[in-house]
Design a protein around this ligand. Structure first.
Ligand SMILES: Cc1cc2nc3c(=O)[nH]c(=O)nc-3n(C[C@H](O)[C@H](O)[C@H](O)COP(=O)(O)O)c2cc1C
Length: 112
């Protein structure tokens, strides 16, 4: 399950593709992940220099991820400012050992 602000570029892509991939990255890859945090930058620019392949649904699977889950959206619920997308996992793999980067590594919680 993911909750995405309706203002995000990604929100439109989710509505169109009806799929998403969750890539679990290592704590040491914070700099790489920060590149994806910038708002409103098209996918083609965000993925420049990033190694990835298209998954079963066409979603990007990062080659350097610790693990990933690729999902087809089965339900979406608009809450006002964010949409809750629930996905059915179509493929998942654990690739290598590491300490996953999480929201707590950002020192504050996400406020929308
Ligand atoms: C720690 C952290 C957690 C975040 N979690 C979410 C989230 O759950 N949903 C969301 O819509 N944006 C979240 N954001 C903001 C997005 O990362 C950022 O706005 C998004 O990548 C913008 O990309 P886009 O406009 O190209 O879609 C989070 C940001 C940070 C720093």
């Amino acid at each position: 399950m993911i909750c995405i602000s309706e203002e995000r570029y990604t929100h439109g892509m989710l509505k169109e593709s009806e799929a998403f991939a969750i890539n679990i990255m290592d704590r040491k890859q914070k700099e790489l992940v920060d590149g994806f945090m910038a708002r409103g930058i098209p996918k083609s620019a965000k993925f420049e220099g990033i190694n990835y392949r298209d998954g079963l649904t066409g979603c990007p699977i990062l080659e350097d991820a610790l693990a990933y889950l690729e999902c087809r959206i089965t339900l979406s619920h608009d809450t006002g400012d964010h949409t809750i997308f629930v996905g059915e996992v179509v493929e998942a793999a654990s690739i290598r050992e590491g300490i996953p980067l999480s929201e707590s590594d950002y020192g504050h919680s996400y406020g929308g």
